[in-house]
Every structure is written in C-alpha cells, then in structure tokens.
Write a protein that binds this ligand. Structure first.
Ligand SMILES: NC(=O)c1ccc[n+]([C@@H]2O[C@H](COP(=O)([O-])OP(=O)(O)OC[C@H]3O[C@@H](n4cnc5c(N)ncnc54)[C@H](O)[C@@H]3O)[C@@H](O)[C@H]2O)c1
Length: 372
C-alpha cells in the first residue's frame, strides 16, 4: 500500500454514497492532503445502486450484505449513508468491526439512538465523525473566524438556517424522508438540523432553552402519505462565557418559496456583522458600524482550507466542500488538522438530538423548554 493510502468502504450507495466516489475520483485536485483515499467496497440492497459503482476504478467488492464489507480486513474507514431508521444498527456494527467511521446525520433516528451511537463511539476508541459539509465553504469559515475574533462586539443575534423548496410541489412523489417511521419524528430537523447546528455549536453557542414552531407539509403525495414536520423554526437562547445570552434562531425548511438549497449563517453584533449564504458561494458580507451603516461585499473565491489546483478567483460548490470535509476528516484522523475547522463530533451530533427532542416537546406543549 502507498504511504497515506486509506481504503474506504461505503454502506448506502444512494445520493450521498455516489458523491463520495466523485470526491475521491478527483482527489489529486487537493494539493495539501497527506492521504490518498481509495473507494474499495460498496454495500447496498439495491442492485441498480451497486451497478453504478462498477465504473469506479478502485472498487473490488460490491455486495448487498454490509457485513461482508465489514469483514474485509483491508477496509480502514467506512462511510454510511442510509435511511435514518438504520443508523444505530449499522453504525454500531461498523464500530464493532473495528473500523473508523464517517457517517451521515442525524446520527440516529432519535435521541435514544444518538445516545447509543455516541457512547459506542467513545468506548470503541475509533475515529468517528458525522457528515456536515456546508461549513467547509470558505465564506462559512470566515464567518466563524470573524465571530471568534471578538471584533463584532457584543453579539446581538444569530440566525443559522437551511432552506429548501423541495416539498413545495404537491405532485412530487413521497419517499422515506417524508415518513416518520423511517426519517424519525424529528422530520426536517433530522434532515437539515445537523447542518444548522454545526457552526453555532463549534462556536460554543449551545441552546439553554428552545421555543419551537413546527409545520407539516402535504399529508398525501403520489406514492403515499407524508407525516413528517417539514418546516422548523427553533427560537433559542444560548449562553455565552462572560457575555449576555444570545437569541439564536435555527431555521430548517423544506417548504421555503424561492429557495433551492440555501444554507446560511448570519451573526450580528454591536460593532459588526458577518453573513454567508450558499446562494452566493464565493461572497462574504461584512458589516461595520460607523457614521454610515455599511455592508461590505467581499468576493472570497476559492480560498478553501485545504488548497487545491483550482484558481483562486473561481467559486466553490457542493462537490468541492464535500471534498474539503473529507480532507478535514482524514487530517484530523491523522492528528494533522491543526487550527482548521473539523467535522461534527459524536458529542455535537448528540447535542443536536437533545435540542430536537426539546423542540418536539415545545411544539406539543406550546411552551419554552429548558435544556440542561
Ligand atoms: N450531508 C448531506 O448533505 C446529505 C444530503 C442528503 C442526505 N444525507 C443523509 O444521507 C443519508 C442517506 O440519504 P440519501 O439521500 O443518500 O438516501 P438515498 O435513499 O438516496 O440512499 C440510501 C441508500 O441506502 C441503501 N440502503 C438501504 N438499506 C440498506 C442496507 N441495509 N444496507 C445497505 N444499503 C442500504 C438504499 O438502497 C439506498 O441506495 C441520510 O442519513 C441522509 O440524512 C446527507
């Protein structure tokens, strides 16, 4: 094996499983990664999903039985992207097999499953992280560094959100993400929630209380009923060391008119503000207080944390930040992340579930729920 080579297996070769093959397929575009990941094995129940992976050069095993993949001694890291009702069983099996794990959110269908996964991750001693790629946009990372710098003054307000319009069309067929039995009672919070918690949690902004407004979408679609929450507004207070509590609103929507896939973070303070939205993927907005109220637009271009061959003037996109997330995963696994932004930890994924469980309670009782 070449120095730095890492053999990866994928369980769940659907939408996200294929993105991993794509990221590894052009890994040579990254200049400063010390690893060379190779996608060696894929497990999926659907033969058509498996068939797609035949075109991936390094593949040696395609199987319907993920246990066969886990029995392969050559596999170092396993990525799992399966429906939420399967997270707990499969993540625990991966850890039991002695593999490192990068796995999809929400890291368990509910709080109880997330607790099992977090505790297995800790006792296994394996390197475990949860997938959340949007904070790897350069603009998002600049919002983090500006927020950490203290130059915003007293933080007045934070909004962290993810807006889709994926459920606005009533003719769109149903799928497992619209059914609580498979997606989870937390619905859209399981679908989009980890993405909006990653940056605030990493900045140390953990909610002390939550008041939730949850809305459902269409109860029937072609192909069957839908019963999940589709939109979620979580109004929280977060505690801050040596500072006043901050109102932080988490917004997760699958019915947001005009929005295709907009992940955003806004941080406003008494001295300044910072704002990034994937609608403008290379653009950072910075506010500074003065005689005139002023928002400055900065075109950041391709200033990713892991340098690539791509010219600095170009704009980054979804496949690029997915690669950046994987580069961060491998670097941290090797103890080489340094001060760069890292992937979601099992503890952060568990904290998101505490928030979502409290949000369900808040909605049911129409009251503010305290988090301990
Ligand atoms: N990070 C992101 O941006 C992002 C985006 C979409 C989905 N996701 C997450 O990824 C996960 C999967 O979502 P998706 O959109 O890829 O779903 P998908 O339905 O496209 O793919 C899931 C795949 O899992 C396979 N599968 C089901 N049971 C299996 C089993 N027992 N063994 C092996 N394979 C099995 C299915 O056949 C399917 O191919 C979910 O946790 C979801 O929340 C993350």
């Amino acid at each position: 094996m070449m120095a730095g080579e890492v053999n990866v297996g994928v369980i769940g070769g659907g939408l996200m499983g294929r993105e991993v093959a794509s990221a590894f397929g052009r890994w040579f575009a990254i200049n400063d990664s010390n690893v060379r990941p190779r996608l060696r094995a894929v497990a999926d129940l659907d033969p058509k999903a498996l068939e797609w992976f035949r075109q991936v050069p390094d593949i040696k095993l395609l199987t319907a039985d993920y246990r066969e993949l886990l029995a392969d001694q050559d596999i170092d890291v396993v990525y799992v992207a399966v429906p939420h009702n399967l997270h707990e069983r499969i993540y625990l099996d991966v850890l039991e097999a002695g593999k490192d794990l990068l796995a999809e959110k929400p890291f368990g269908i509910d709080l109880a499953a997330a607790q099992q996964i977090a505790s297995a991750a800790q006792t296994s001693g394996r390197f475990v992280r949860c997938s959340s790629e949007f904070p790897f946009f350069p603009g998002a990372q600049r919002v983090v560094s500006v927020a950490q710098s203290g130059e915003l003054g007293r933080i007045l307000e934070v909004r962290s959100g993810f807006h889709h319009s994926s459920d606005l069309d009533p003719e769109k067929a149903t799928n497992w993400k619209r059914q609580s039995a498979i997606c989870g009672d937390i619905g859209v919070m399981g679908d989009l929630g980890m993405h909006v918690c990653h940056v605030p949690f990493r900045l140390g902004w953990h909610p002390k209380s939550v008041y939730a407004q949850l809305q459902k979408g269409y109860p029937e679609r072609p192909g069957g009923p839908c019963d999940t929450w589709d939109n979620a507004l979580l109004h929280t207070w977060v505690g801050c060391d040596d500072a006043e509590d901050i109102p932080l609103r988490f917004e997760m929507k699958r019915m947001a008119p005009g929005e295709t896939d907009s992940w955003f973070i806004d941080v406003l303070g008494t001295e300044g503000g910072a704002r990034f939205n994937t609608k403008q993927p290379r653009t950072l907005w910075l506010f500074s207080r003065g005689n005139e109220q002023q928002w400055k637009r900065v075109d950041l271009g391709f200033s990713t944390a892991f340098k690539t061959i791509t010219g600095g003037i170009f704009e980054p996109g979804f496949p690029d930040v997915l690669m950046q997330m994987w580069a961060a995963y491998f670097a941290e696994r090797d103890g080489e992340l340094g001060d760069r932004f890292g992937c979601v930890t099992p503890a952060e994924a568990l904290a998101s579930h505490h928030l979502f469980a409290a949000a369900l309670q808040s909605q049911e009782q129409n009251m503010t729920v305290e988090l301990t």
